[in-house]
Design a protein. Structure first.
Length: 319
């Protein structure tokens, strides 16, 4: 049987895309990363405050009917009758109009969508002048009805406090590292890699608190994190390789949270956008000043694809 304390790999770098108090950090991170290659669409960055804006218009029948009329008038030519992004006027655009029936659109808050519709980008016209505020919310409500909303996912397993605490400290090291990467602060990032190692061994040890069934899942999650952490450590000589290794670390940590999301003094939400190899994951920290970004914003009511919520458990936070 493998003992987990052997885990303490030398240096770890954790990577998480954090939306502190909204999407600020994620934004600056995408910007900093520049998303090299793959022909991927340039991330469309929404200011945190805009993303947190609540939808003031209930999606009732009246709103949906109005929204549909406005959609036909303003959006259909490009986004298509059914919203699949296949309208005549959109065929030759690059990038193509977004497929509005994609469930992954629910990864974005109403506020974020509203802002995009308002501001536009490239061939997507801004609708500040074309539609009133209320009309933009109606059209958004209608647009939402085109994409099936995926169910929010809760953690699969209950985890005892020891596991929650260990996971919590790993998440915080990861957030620290992420912060350093966002600031392009290599020195601090390297230090974070170092301090991450000790939290990893805690993580491995915490398995003793689990019963047989959950232990297997925990072990495989921890091994994946260790592996990703080792890769991050190996890449810690420069920011570019560090960032690319950070992605795998994000994915492995996200997987653990999906299974065991739990126990955190302030809310941390983990999000997943996209699927398979193209998926991006990030953790979002909100709440009290002790979070790495020192923001006090409450967790906004984000939709969907939330796959783990680290709950407040009163567990001591590991510094
Ligand atoms: C002239 C063509 C055109 C019209 C008209 C148009 N769009 Fe778009 N839309 C686009 C294109 C092109 C994109 C992709 C822009 C990008 O990613 O740079 C887009 C992107 C979007 C997005 C962003 C989705 C995402 O990826 O996050 C939303 C939301 C959206 N459109 C909604 C609407 C709504 C609602 C209307 C009508 C009020 C509308 N669009 C009208 C072309 C259009």
């Amino acid at each position: 049987m493998r003992t987990i304390s052997a885990v303490a790999a030398t240096r770890t770098c954790v990577i998480v895309t954090t939306l502190a108090g909204g999407s600020l950090v994620w934004m600056s991170m995408s910007a900093a990363y520049g998303e090299g290659g793959g022909g991927a669409v340039k991330p469309w960055i929404v200011p945190a405050r805009a993303a947190q804006k609540k939808n003031p218009v209930a999606a009732d029948e009246k709103s949906l009917t109005l929204g549909q009329q406005l959609y036909v008038r303003e959006c259909r030519s490009c986004h298509g009758a059914a919203g699949r992004g296949d309208g005549k006027a959109g065929i030759d655009l690059e990038p193509r109009p977004t497929n509005l029936t994609e469930p992954s659109l629910w990864d974005q808050s109403d506020g974020a969508m509203f802002w995009k519709i308002t501001e536009g980008r490239g061939d997507m016209p801004g609708h500040k002048e074309l539609l009133t505020d209320a009309e933009r919310w109606h059209v958004l409500n209608y647009m939402r009805s085109l994409a099936p909303r995926p169910p929010a996912k809760e953690p699969e397993f209950e985890a005892p406090p020891a596991c929650g605490e260990a996971l919590s400290s790993v998440v915080h090291r990861y957030l620290d590292l992420h912060g350093a990467l966002v600031r392009s602060d290599l020195n601090t990032a390297q230090n974070c890699c170092g301090s991450f190692a000790s939290t990893l061994s805690e993580l491995a040890q915490a398995q003793s608190a689990l019963d047989e069934a959950r232990r297997a899942a925990w072990k495989s999650d921890v091994e994946a994190i260790q592996k990703a952490q080792a890769a991050v450590s190996d890449s810690s000589s420069d920011l570019v390789s560090l960032r690319s290794a950070f992605r795998d670390l994000s994915a492995s940590l996200a997987q653990a949270l999906r299974h065991f999301g739990h126990a955190e003094a302030s809310p941390v939400l983990a999000y997943e956008v996209g699927q398979g190899a193209n998926s991006k994951m990030w953790l979002q920290a909100f709440g009290p000043a002790e979070n790495p970004y020192g923001r006090g914003a409450p967790a906004p009511d984000m939709p969907c694809n939330r796959f783990a919520r680290i709950r407040s458990s009163g567990a001591a936070r590991v510094k």
